[in-house]
Design a protein around this ligand. Sequence first.
Ligand code: GAF
Length: 412
Amino acid sequence: MTDPAHPSSPPADAAAPASAGEVASPAPAGDVADRAAAGFRQRYGAPAAGRWAAPGRVNLIGEHTDYNDGFVLPFALPLRTVVAAAPDDGDRWTVWSELTGDQVGFGADEVAAPGRVPGWAAYVAGVVWALREAGHRVPGARLAVASDVPLGSGLSSSAALEAAVLAALVDLGGLDLPAEGRPRLAQRAENAYVGAPTGIMDQSAAIRCRAGHALFLDCRTEAVEHIPFDLAAAGLAVLVIDSRAPHRHADGEYASRRAACEKAAGLLGVPALRDVAAADLDDALARLDDDETRRRVRHVVTEDQRVLDAVALLRAGRVRDIGPLLTASHASMRDDFEITVPEVDTAVEAALAAGAYGARMTGGGFGGCVLALVDADRADAVADAVTTRYAERGFRAPGFHLATPAPGAHRL
Ligand code: GAF
């Protein structure tokens, strides 16, 4: 979510996906890791002690459910952020980014309280701060960051950065922090240090996903089930369409949706909207006076149910059949939660008209990416159809990726 808010981010194009009409495979696996290692050596004059990678993500289904204690089903992308790192003396952290060309240094004072390091390095300082807050002895470190995760496209570049830095510092310091405990800590860095009120989905995806699987996460208990998601075996592909829509007030709108959900839960007398069962939805809606609040609640409650339904279909090996759930999720985001924009609606409509089994916006909304479930041999045709419809409407040309489920954060 927060990548669009990234104050000193380079433009999204700095790591943009392939141009219109072209379905890009992700960058070759070795490249970004090599760039991080080379950047480290060039910057600091010695080789790194190691490299740690963490992926961007798409969310198959379950949008704006995470901060309502509900269910999500993301999977990790082959696009990843790599951190090359080595220990440094004392409480000193230095980080260089390939994307900005900046090198930022900070010490104990800057990580004593949130907000003291601005811009993209806040994600790094936030991780150091959150680790120290949790009582860990964080080693000083020098870091170099390279990434293939586009910024500002809603593929969660910020969580990828947090997860890769966290993995590096945990390993360098020999810290006792198992993978299950890391998403909450990375989320704390984002919420409290950077100041973005996100849920726990993106950090969980960046850390806990498995190759070939989608991550079914209960955001209340943090219990996970790795759901096999073998697109190739089903002759299918997930086409990720970068809408290239400028983010319009995304951060303020995100915070206001979250506040509306929390207020509605209070009015309904439940801890979170997850506690409204789909079977009780009509009764709950009848107890709310305001139409907008009713629509917000209906989105969250029906979306949780769609995640459960999608998981049941995937467990039964019925991948193609999740298509209508994806499309229903999009309609709910468009009509009830009101977080879509013309570009993403157009991409969804064009993909469906070109034969996609289902399509929806993925991520926080107000721009970002759309995913479409398509026959693998139709991916190019669907991409062309979206590009054509975009041109007819005078939108900036979209970008495309093919998404296959990749692993979460790990040492290379
Ligand atoms: C953004 C947030 F960071 C997530 O926590 C989640 O709420 C998502 O938007 C919407 O599902 O990615």
